[in-house]
Design a protein around this ligand. Sequence first.
Ligand SMILES: Cc1cc2nc3c(=O)[nH]c(=O)nc-3n(C[C@H](O)[C@H](O)[C@H](O)COP(=O)(O)O)c2cc1C
Ligand SMILES: O=C(O)C(=O)c1ccccc1
Length: 389
Amino acid sequence: MAEHWGDFQYEIYLNGMTGAVPRLPTDLTRLEELTEGRLEPGPVGYVAGSAGDGSTARANRAALERRRIVPRMLRDVRERDLSVEVLGRALPAPLALAPVGVLSIMHPEAESAAARAAAAHGVPYILSSASSTPIEQVAEAMGDAERWFQLYWSRDREVTRSFLGRARASGFTVLVVTLDTPMLAWRPRDLDQAYLPFLHGVGTANYFTDPAFAAGLAKPVHEDPNAAVLHFVNLFADPGKTWPDLAFLRENWDGPIVLKGVLHPDDARLAADAGMDGVVVSNHGGRQVAGSVAAADALPRVARAVGDRLSVLFDSGVRTGDDVFKALALGARAVLLGRPYVYGLGLDGQSGVEHVIRCLLAEFDLTLALCGHRGPSTVGPEDLVEDGG
Ligand SMILES: Cc1cc2nc3c(=O)[nH]c(=O)nc-3n(C[C@H](O)[C@H](O)[C@H](O)COP(=O)(O)O)c2cc1C
Ligand SMILES: O=C(O)C(=O)c1ccccc1
């Protein structure tokens, strides 16, 4: 691992001496447009798409862009250390790869390639319940690297119990429970193309290999795949859940539990009261509620409410190293990265994901240094102004 992630820039310049330029752009905001034309329109629309008219996804970017960093000078930034402690784990940088299901629509190596890329840089990989590769197979691809499991909290208690057991047996240590998707939202881009990955048999791998899931089917999956897909759509989530139900997860998981999709400070307090260990301030990348508060606007309020009781993580709209800096300044301990690594995967497999991780962390390291910080712990609200403020 590079002592300074920022040294990656010199590696790129040196490669340039032999005529080699990076295979993908180093401005990660450009990756989305590259997938158009290179990949199928159904999958590209599914990944890039958002809820409703896309207002929340735009607001996520605007809320980060509106905050501006005020750099400090003459602070000796020669030696820097990006590592942070999150949920009792030492991470090399305040970054994890967000849980993203159905990755085989982007690349045949899917979640395994993304997980190997994360492992290569010591970045935690959060595996989605709706992965296109079973839990056990992704774990095998990762060696002993840090892995967290994202739970879609099923209507079927036995399926949940079985998933927790499988994740635990495969070395997943942190449970990330997604609360903002008790059903899929109104997503016009998918509706207009009549494209949904599950209907193409993608994203159901963990379910179709699960004995508790099979117990709810009249016939084995291979004898009636359509019925199996419908059963999956019916039970993957549960709009009937309420806060007291968290006791079941607390009893059935002995590691840290993080609730993903918290935006209201009162929900963050309820999470702490329920014995949870962290929250991810997130609006699912704008894919669930159109017209929702931008994640970066919700972050400071949640951090003020529970920052001393819970690990506060953040996602939705992170695209650059300065976005990571801003998220920390607004109260996050670490960020999850979503679509950019998925585009990297679609464009160049495992190397594409590694490119995205290295660019993001190099840019973050340089932002820290140029703004007068030697590490994440000293970054705070005093580093930001709003607009010209
Ligand atoms: C194609 C796609 C699939 C996703 N699947 C899941 C999932 O299975 N579970 C989950 O908790 N979040 C899922 N998410 C949401 C991400 O974890 C994350 O919250 C979001 O992508 C962050 O926003 P960003 O894409 O702007 O970085 C998905 C996002 C995308 C784009
Ligand atoms: O598309 C999504 O945002 C998502 O979270 C999801 C939900 C179910 C299965 C796969 C992905």
